[in-house]
Design a binder for this molecule. Structure first.
Ligand SMILES: [Zn+2]
Length: 140
């Protein structure tokens, strides 16, 4: 799973492999526990299906070269749709939830850009990477 998690495998955080697995599991569970997020991902998936199947049905009735266009549609459309869906899931779901989880577990990272904030002087109240206000670590 660490292949998908460059944030967790950051050597500055030094998170043991076993803990990384725990964190990844907790993030997935929390993400799927959020009804609105789950609904968003489901709607993206449904919309892609409706567009692809709808276009196929349209092309079937269009006549000439229908098979060629349908093959082109699926061989180009499906990978593009997959990349867009993966982006939506990671950008709006997994990555923000992962940052929140790491922060809750006492790893001092920026909630906006994942920059590791450990060893920064205490008077520095914003992230040096993106300028977002730091959220203090409460538990460890
Ligand atoms: Zn930042």
């Amino acid at each position: 799973m660490s292949f998908f998690n460059p944030i967790m495998s950051d050597p500055q955080l030094a998170i043991p492999k076993r803990v990384q697995t725990d964190i990844a599991r907790a993030v997935s569970q929390k993400l799927m526990g959020q009804g609105s997020k789950r609904y968003l991902f489901f709607m993206c998936f449904m919309l892609t299906g409706i567009i692809l199947i709808g276009s196929t049905l349209y092309l079937l009735n269009a006549g000439n070269n229908a098979n060629l266009y349908i093959i082109l549609l699926w061989s180009i459309g499906l990978p593009i749709a997959g990349v867009i869906q993966a982006y939506i899931y990671l950008h709006f779901g997994y990555i923000p939830q992962l940052r929140r989880e790491l922060h809750d577990r006492g790893y001092d990272i920026c909630l906006n850009c994942s920059y590791v904030l450990t060893n920064l002087p205490s008077h520095q109240t914003d992230c040096p990477e993106c300028g977002t206000q730091r959220t203090p670590i409460t538990a460890h």
